[in-house]
Design a protein around this ligand. Sequence first.
Ligand code: DGT
Ligand code: CA
Ligand code: CA
Ligand code: ZN
Length: 604
Amino acid sequence: MSRNQDIAELFNRAADVMALLEENSFRVLGTRKVARIIEDLPEDVKTLQDQNRLEQTPGIGKSTVDKISEFLRTGHISEFEELAGRVPAGVLEMLAISSVGVKTAHQLWKEAGITSVAELKKHLVEGTMPKLKGFGEKKQLKIRQNMEFMEEAGKRIGIGWALPLAEAYCDTVAKVTGVSQVQYCGSLRRGKETIGDIDILVCSEAEAVPTITAAILAHEQTQQTVGAGETKISIRTRAGLQVDFRIVAAQHWGAALQYFTGSKEHNVRLRELAIKRGLKLNEWGLFRDQQSVAGENEPGIYTALELAWLPPEMREDRGEIELAGLMYKRLRGESIKVTDSRLEYLARDIPALWPVLQLSDMRGDLHSHTTASDGHCSIDDMIAEAKRRGYEYFAITDHSKSQVQANGLRVDRLMEHIKAIHAAAAKVKGITILAGSEVDILADGSLDYPDEVLQQLDWVVASPHSALSQESEAATARLIRAAANPLVDVIGHPTGRLVGGRRGLEPNMKAVIMAAARSGVALEINSHDLRLDLRDIHARMAVEAAVPLCINTDAHQREDMDKMIYGILTARRAWAQPGNVINTWPWDMIRRRQESRRNGSFEG
Ligand code: DGT
Ligand code: CA
Ligand code: CA
Ligand code: ZN
């Protein structure tokens, strides 16, 4: 920011303060106008002042010149600071949230007594906002979203935002002549729910580096360069996110890929293993003395360390290195002995090759909404989209009656809706359409429809939506009670948390998973990038307990079905194999399980 902009900012800020203090509106407007004039000055204020030309600028009077001079001398403007002292700092901070203007901030401060961003957030998250004029649910949601966005921008960003951005940069770089491979690495390649910065690895000839750099700088999202070396360039995007690019030659590709994918903890362990074998591992390769042993491709690094290759999502030093050691032996036909408690549940089935869950394994999506509740597309449109994606089955699960704000269906409307879904299904061949519901799990664990109603549905997702800040014990009892109902096929977004936004329920997850194992209910990984609920570590507990997962997009419109990938990444982080996820199964297999649960013959 230039000095002119800095000063303009101070004037604008002062105008905000005056407005908050309900000063004369001419004074407020006048101050904003001065800010605008300063911002638009074609020359640096300091130059103008030094040449005594500042006074001659139209719209800048004596008092403004004095303030600017004071700023140039001291770095602040005392009159403005005095003014700011009369407004709580937190109220001024609230103005930084887009969609909170002076009027709103004044209202929050004077009418609701809210004087900090944290207080505002608490009210919004807990739904305890005092009634204010013009401050409806829509406005509150908007503020909250902007607030969360701001927080994320300040620290880590959601994967749903980072992944498309990284892919766009990869596409740009891949088009440059001389580039043979491009891959995003780091936490993004490991599929973490939030990303600190994006790391992109480029394989190319040295001659291509200037063209690659130019292509990165010319990308529409690039704001500025943060750092650059011979084979490294870091940029900041318009949204403030850092992207690190590293360019390597083909003989180092695999080693660099392995290194920059991490995690750091995983890498530290690998390096120790290398040292034990008299080798040296770094981002350039795996070496014995000065001689390269591996480095061209990633699996080669692992093989040289007598480890099986595992998908990046598992590389967190949570037992995967021990697993990879056993898998390596397995592949060689050597006998193995499992001593690591983290691997006990797998002991009988340590695979020789890890079956990585793929998007193409998914046979259906079992949680979606239509215009009947709060979705944006018709039944026909959603079915057509599911079919277009090649799904074998698809469940429409609109909200139940307690979800009033989501236009939840009362029983009479639900009965009509079931008929409409079946009628729409009859028109489409080659896909099994399930008339379902996303029935609310009420605070005490009872369901929003009676069993007689649930019995008429082809598919039941039961999810908590309200009372999400209840005590852990109550949350545990609530989820266990819902899980015990054999008419429930899957517990949807079991905690209700929002990534970087809302903590959601914090039940004793072990107890909930044991209850699910007894009843045979599946647990959802809701793949909306802001939910990812179950999260990775909890989903892993489910996998260990052989509780099936169900990865659903909770689509409210056709394009939401794209979000399946985020759930898959989370499932991989949970060490899920395709068989652990029920919607990789053929419908008949799911149906048989459902039947046995409904008629009481289910035996786990
Ligand atoms: P982030 O960006 O905070 O979401 O997480 P990462 O994992 O992407 O971390 P980042 O961007 O700092 O570094 C990318 C990768 O580079 C990291 O996953 C592993 C590797 N790396 C970074 N620093 C170290 C280090 O000190 N030691 C080792 N062994 N590897 C490192
Ligand atoms: Ca990173
Ligand atoms: Ca980085
Ligand atoms: Zn839903």
